[in-house]
Design a protein around this ligand. Structure first.
Ligand code: NAD
Length: 297
């Protein structure tokens, strides 16, 4: 591979251009934008950093699609990003027009490029590029899953204290509110995420009262007891054989209770309690509707 074009020299595009150039995998990175002078200025700065960072790839900044001629890969980042309070779908019509125009320009100068779409709303823009370019399906790729999975891995790493390189995370589906994290396919130090014990505390933010419980949940058992006294209100449920948690089997299984207590003690020491996230009015409404649908309220 020898030539990559980045369309849109904003935050995403310029960082991508530099990362690709620094990896020295291609001979040329072309960066184009509608703002005159912007890609040229950025390219000059990047090229001048080559002496320090020791890479050979030439970066070309331009406002003309002629310079993108015969690109092997084109990364499309042109368009508006979200402003606070906006959803990705709010960008649909503005970015749709930009992406159609960008795709026609790319196809005028490159025969059969691989196009990686970044602009949001991602799935809709990827479809639009595929339809406008008439390229084979395998040539048009939406960049989302790897970012979402990487974000998920970051949260898992923060919660478990395990370095990111020991984590495998997976999310599926659309790049937006319907994206699905898949804990059953996530590994932490080669162990399934779902098999790791999860710590819970019914009231972590206030002073401990007689009603408060602490406990853990593993793939096999749910264990909890009064927070104030570890000998009180002990509950143990066999989740595999009693998923509805009808039978408290604590009194017949002192050995299991002991091992659960040992895990709980370890987790209690390491537990970090996040401040609850403040929801916007719109988010509150969505949560309320979902709880109603599920029959909780
Ligand atoms: N898929 C993902 O994971 C992901 C992640 C981050 C951002 N995004 C999306 O990527 C897009 C870019 O984000 P950003 O943060 O770099 O925004 P940005 O505003 O920093 O950069 C966008 C650039 O596109 C340029 N542009 C606008 N219209 C153009 C056109 N017709 N031709 C060429 N260039 C044009 C602008 O001048 C600007 O420089 C947004 O739509 C954002 O939502 C996607």
């Amino acid at each position: 591979m020898s030539k990559v074009t980045i369309v849109g020299a904003g935050k995403y595009g310029s960082m991508t251009a530099l990362r690709i150039a620094e990896s020295d995998m291609v001979s040329e990175v072309v960066m184009t934008d509608i703002v005159e002078g912007l890609p040229q200025g950025l390219a000059l700065d990047m090229n001048q950093s080559r002496y320090v960072e020791k890479f050979q790839t030439e970066i070309i900044g331009t406002n003309s699609y002629k310079d993108t001629k015969d690109s092997d890969v084109v990364v499309v980042t042109a368009g508006l990003p979200r402003k606070p309070g906006m959803s990705r779908m709010d960008l649909l019509s503005t970015n749709g027009k930009i992406i159609k125009d960008v795709t026609n320009n790319i196809m005028e100068y490159s025969n059969s490029p691989i196009i990686i779409v970044v602009t949001n709303p991602l799935d809709q823009m990827t479809t639009l590029v595929a339809e406008t370019s008439e390229l084979p399906k395998k040539n048009v790729i939406g960049q989302a899953g790897i970012l979402d999975s990487s974000r998920f891995a970051y949260f898992i790493s923060k919660k478990t204290g395990v370095p990111m390189k020991e984590i495998k995370a997976l999310t599926l589906g659309s790049h937006g509110e319907t994206m699905v994290p898949v804990p059953s396919q996530c590994l932490v130090n080669d162990k399934k995420l779902t098999e790791l014990p999860a710590y819970f505390n019914t009231n972590p933010h206030k002073e401990v009262t007689l009603d408060d419980k602490v406990g853990i949940r593993t793939s096999k058992y749910k264990y909890f007891r009064a927070e104030i006294d570890k000998g009180k209100e002990i509950n143990l449920y066999d989740l595999e054989n009693d998923p509805q948690e009808n039978n408290n089997i604590a009194s017949e299984n002192p050995e299991i209770v002991k091992s659960m207590e040992e895990i709980l003690e370890k987790l209690t020491k390491n537990a970090t309690i996040d401040e609850p996230e403040k929801l916007t009015k719109k988010q509150e409404k969505i949560v309320e509707e979902q709880l109603k649908e599920m029959g909780y309220i």
